[in-house]
Design a protein around this ligand. Structure first.
Ligand code: DHB
Length: 475
């Protein structure tokens, strides 16, 4: 048998329970998705199919042939990630809850979840084997495997819908933005990935930690002037962990860095020439004020309105003006102080190379490097390296959206809670607005008071996924 052939007979039956109802599924677990793997603990995928599809059944309007393939990754903090399972998590914030995969199956989706290498991984010789761009190469290889075997695997490989949170949300977005981009081909070839397309149909991303080259400035655009912080321990970057926060106040040097970085964001934002859905040019002045700030604020107000409509008591937010059932205004700076600073400047490219992002951009021999010119210039580490420009681009969905040699997914759903301070609200807003401006279909919202997390609105997520998939089936 060809090493990348799907073996239809290698499964076990599993029972999943969702909302008190039981479903039987065929679980094909631990499938190697490349023929020359580097680490078979991670370069494997789990594939789940509702048993009903093998009996000619229909679920939620889908059949074995038409069902979309939900493609969740479980990457957190850029660490190595195992493929997801249909079982409830044993630990972390979602312990005991039914899994996202089980919910997807109950709604008629076929599920493929790929593991991926991550920043801490080492090979037998002790060299790092999961630094950038390893994880995105792995996810692309898994997509290629699904296409290679589309004729024998239930589900439609032309309707792959990726999902992920935080670092995993970043990879979900990157997978969607960079379909078929030639930059990744040598890496895919080295792993013996299937010779297939790797573009996908749709993206779901929760709080994607993206645009790392501009994220430090974006963070200070939002939090500049907020000097008190509650910082997370670096070992707790991953949204899957219960986090411990340590309170403090920026020192004079950190305040100076913040003041230097903040106006850099206005320059970047203005260079994008983004427009609102009404066609207004979105800009910022050197103080960070302007139509782009109003645009972010309008998304926060929209979120407050949704919460109000759902019956939430909004009186506690004294910086919100509500009249006759309508959110009329929001004091943006008071809202920012309420949400609070979580990271110290520079928020991502740490001057002492101590952040997870520094570690992501290491090489096989070097643990961590810088990835912005600013941090490299201000580095506290003698001879600190700067990551390769190409590799930095290969980790950034912004670089590929609508690029002539990439096929960007047409359908996007992006969520970032208003209480999520792991990156600036400007980052998902720039992503969504760029996609909109380039003609992609985006469902973007900032759910009210939701902290750094994902998969918290599964009914709405799968409703969206079903709607976009049905439209494709009918056309
Ligand atoms: C994650 C969180 C972060 O704050 C970050 O900078 C990178 C990744 C995460 O939860 O995956």
């Amino acid at each position: 048998m060809h090493p990348l052939s799907f073996d239809v007979s290698r499964y076990e039956l599993q029972q999943v329970t969702v909302a008190g109802e039981s479903y039987v599924v065929r679980a094909f677990e631990g499938i190697a998705y490349v023929s020359k793997p580097i680490d078979l603990s991670y370069q494997i995928l789990n594939f789940y199919v509702p048993e009903a599809y093998f009996q000619g059944g229909e679920i939620n309007g889908f059949t074995a042939k038409t069902a979309p393939i939900f493609f969740p990754n479980y990457i957190g903090g850029y660490m190595p990630a195992k493929p997801g399972t249909a079982r409830p998590a044993l630990q972390g914030p979602n312990a005991g809850k039914e899994s996202t995969i089980a919910v997807a199956l109950s709604k008629g989706f076929v599920v493929a979840s790929a593991g991926a290498r991550g920043r801490s991984l080492k090979d037998a010789q002790g060299a790092f084997s999961g630094k950038a761009p390893a994880a995105i190469v792995d996810l692309k290889a898994a997509v290629r495997y699904l296409r290679q075997n589309d004729a024998v695997m239930p589900g439609d490989a032309e309707k792959i819908i990726s999902n992920g949170t935080s670092a995993g949300g970043a990879f979900s977005a990157l997978l969607g933005a960079s379909g078929n981009a030639p930059d990744y081909r040598p890496y895919l070839a080295a792993l013996g990935a299937a010779e297939q397309r790797d573009d996908i149909f749709a993206v779901s991303a929760y709080c994607p930690i993206i645009n790392l080259e501009n994220a430090d400035a974006a963070y200070e655009w939002q939090f500049g002037g907020v000097n008190d912080y509650r910082k997370i321990e670096v070992g707790m970057l991953d949204f899957n962990m219960v986090r411990k926060e340590v309170a403090g106040t920026l020192n004079a040097e950190q305040m100076a860095l913040s003041a230097q970085l903040k106006p850099v964001f206005s320059t970047y934002l203005n260079s994008l020439q983004l427009r609102s859905t009404q066609g207004q040019l979105l800009t910022l002045d050197a103080d960070g004020n302007g139509s782009f700030k109003d645009w972010v604020k309008h998304y926060v107000m929209k979120s407050a309105q949704v919460a109000l409509n759902a019956g939430q008591d909004m009186h506690q937010y004294n910086w919100l003006t509500v009249h006759a059932g309508a959110v009329q205004d929001l004091n943006y700076d008071a809202f920012v102080r309420y949400s609070g600073r979580l990271k110290l400047p520079p928020a991502f490219d740490a001057l002492d190379l101590s952040n997870g992002e520094n570690d992501l951009f290491g090489t096989s021999l070097r643990g961590a490097q810088h990835f912005t010119a600013f941090a490299a210039q201000h580095s506290l580490v003698p001879d600190a390296g700067l990551a390769d420009t190409k590799v930095i681009q290969m980790m950034d969905p912004m670089h590929y959206i609508g690029a002539p040699d990439a096929r960007t997914a047409g359908l996007w759903r992006v969520r970032h809670g208003t209480l999520d301070r792991d990156t600036s609200l400007a980052i998902p807003t720039v992503l969504a607005t760029t996609l909109q401006n380039k003609g992609y279909n985006v469902d973007f919202a900032l759910p009210w008071d939701v902290p750094h997390s994902g998969d918290y609105d599964l009914d709405a997520l799968f409703q969206w996924a079903r709607t976009v998939a049905m439209e494709k089936t009918e056309h």
